[in-house]
Design a protein around this ligand. Structure first.
Ligand SMILES: *Cc1c(COP(=O)(O)O)cnc(C)c1O
Length: 494
């Protein structure tokens, strides 16, 4: 199967090349030329397998130029190597009638990004070999908090790869910052950017398109690639867990095969929910996809009105990994909404660049509303959801997951939709202990995030993940901060 660029369909590459390059040279994103189709038989068959088996079965449909051995090696290494603390890397927890939380944070950095970023480096190594690449790969990452750490952990000490992570100086939680600044690994560099996530992401894109930078790197025998969800290799592992969750519900006889379920995802860069859209398009029985936002509600407005407009205030919230006004994966969605017309996507992207906004034609908006619903929650409402889930069901969730749970409850009230729902639970509550503790009505006492985490553990008796606990005692290795237009300077550090 070939991959095409959203902005130029004449650009066609096999999966290994799409993964290695990350971004198409003219700025478009790669996506599969056709979406593979599955039937109920396929779902019933993988339902009997473990996560690794399910992952191989789904990934094989997309990564058609990888051999079974290559794929097995990658998947086994990612999910079978003791990096995830449970038998099932992505277990489903039933919380109330017809509501299932898909817990995607049982990996090494306690956020859902591990699900993809434990696999991506392995896919990239194989892709590099398959392309006969003899250059070092320099990976640039812009992070709203969780991608950075997960990517650092995934690429740490990988031969032939160097990586730089940029995070917004004031846009990540204290624990997220500490996670990144204490990262071990000789091939890595971490820096802050004086700005928000969109600034960091724009800066990385700028470096990608800078001819001066590429000439310089060519001289050093290096090529650039990306570990953000603009890379297809980041998205494809995320499709797997929606299949796996459906299979788990089948196995537990919570649903029958063919029964439609809704999926609700706390959304930032539109990667995770796009993976759910692919699962639906492949034939997984999914009804509505509900995109949940915080006060940065650019997506909720887009789904409501068809107008995408990033010209608005930016709000730092208690769900910082969703503080994004320019979700890069929306471009892939546009491609489908605009009937796979690369020229129409190109035109929208030019409008976006010129004015910060674009408007969907009526039929495209119609299509969007058929598959998607949106909604958003304030910080106050988010805290109420956390308290409610804990005091009513004994279920502790993080701020991002709570946004999804609250938005879904509102959606259900408004529409009367009675389908069962899978809610993507994207981080451990212990990544945001101050906000979660405050939500439970407990004083934070002016201590640091670790003190808050200790208190949270005492109150809830839910164990804090060891990987977060140990951070307190790790030496801080990084702390440089760059201006938005000076980010290329970080390249000198590695
Ligand atoms: C990254 C992240 C999100 C947003 O996911 P996207 O794929 O960017 O939409 C939501 N919650 C958490 C905890 C995250 O780390």
């Amino acid at each position: 199967m070939q991959y095409v660029s959203t902005r130029d369909k004449t650009i066609q590459v096999p999966a290994a090349k799409a993964v290695l390059q990350g971004l198409s040279p003219e700025g478009g994103l790669f996506l599969p030329a056709q979406i593979p189709q599955v039937d109920e038989h396929f779902i019933k068959e993988i339902a009997t397998m473990d996560y690794i088996g399910r992952a191989k079965a789904v990934l094989r449909l997309f990564l058609t130029d990888f051999t079974d051995e290559e794929l097995s090696g990658c998947v086994q290494g990612a999910y079978g190597g003791g990096k995830f603390d449970e038998n099932n890397p992505a277990p489903v927890a039933k919380v109330g009638e017809g509501v299932y939380f898909l817990e995607l944070w049982h990996g090494p950095t306690c956020a859902f990004k591990d699900m993809a970023l434990q696999l991506l480096p392995r896919l990239m190594s194989v892709s590099s070999q398959k392309n006969g690449n003899d250059k070092d790969i320099l990976i640039l990452v812009a992070t709203s908090g969780d991608t950075g750490k997960a990517a650092l952990e995934g690429f740490r000490d990988l031969a032939g790869v160097k990586m730089i992570t940029f995070y917004p100086e004031d846009g990540v939680s204290e624990l997220q910052k500490r996670q990144m600044n204490t990262q071990k690994g000789e091939n890595l560099y971490v820096a802050a950017v004086n700005g928000n996530f969109d600034d960091a992401q724009a800066g990385v894109k700028e470096i990608f398109s800078s001819e001066a930078v590429s000439a310089k790197l060519a001289g050093q025998n290096k090529i650039l690639s990306s570990a953000n969800s603009i890379n297809w290799g980041r998205l494809v592992p995320q499709i797997v867990y929606y299949f796996s969750a459906y299979c788990d519900l089948l196995q537990k006889e919570e649903i029958f095969c063919g029964q439609q379920v809704n999926i609700c995802v706390p959304t930032g860069n539109f990667g995770n929910i796009l993976a759910a859209y692919y699962a639906k398009r492949m034939g997984l029985p999914v009804g509505k996809l509900v995109a949940a936002s915080n006060k940065n509600n650019v997506l909720a407005d887009f789904i409501e009105t068809g107008v995408f407009d990033k010209n608005r205030d930016f709000y730092p919230t208690i769900s910082p990994s969703m503080d994004i006004l320019l979700p890069s994966n929306l471009e892939r969605m546009l491609y489908y909404l605009l009937d796979e017309s690369d020229s129409a996507v190109r035109q929208m992207m030019e409008e976006l660049k010129a004015s910060g906004r674009y408007t969907l034609p009526a039929p495209a908006l119609e299509k969007l509303k058929t598959d998607f619903a949106g909604g958003y929650l304030s910080d106050e409402e988010t805290k109420q959801v956390i308290a409610n889930l804990f005091y009513k069901y004994g279920y502790l969730c993080d701020t991002h997951t709570a946004v999804a749970a609250g938005v879904y409850a509102n959606y259900q009230k408004q529409t009367g939709d009675e389908a069962k729902v899978i809610i993507a639970s994207t981080a451990s509550a212990y990544k945001f202990p101050e906000a979660v503790l405050a939500a439970l009505g407990k004083a934070v006492d002016g201590g640091d995030a670790f003190a808050a985490a200790d208190t949270l553990e005492t109150i809830t008796a839910v164990p804090m993940p060891a990987a977060l606990k140990e951070l307190k005692d790790l030496p801080v290795r990084f702390g440089d901060c760059y201006e938005k237009d000076g980010m290329a300077g970080a390249l000198e550090k590695i």
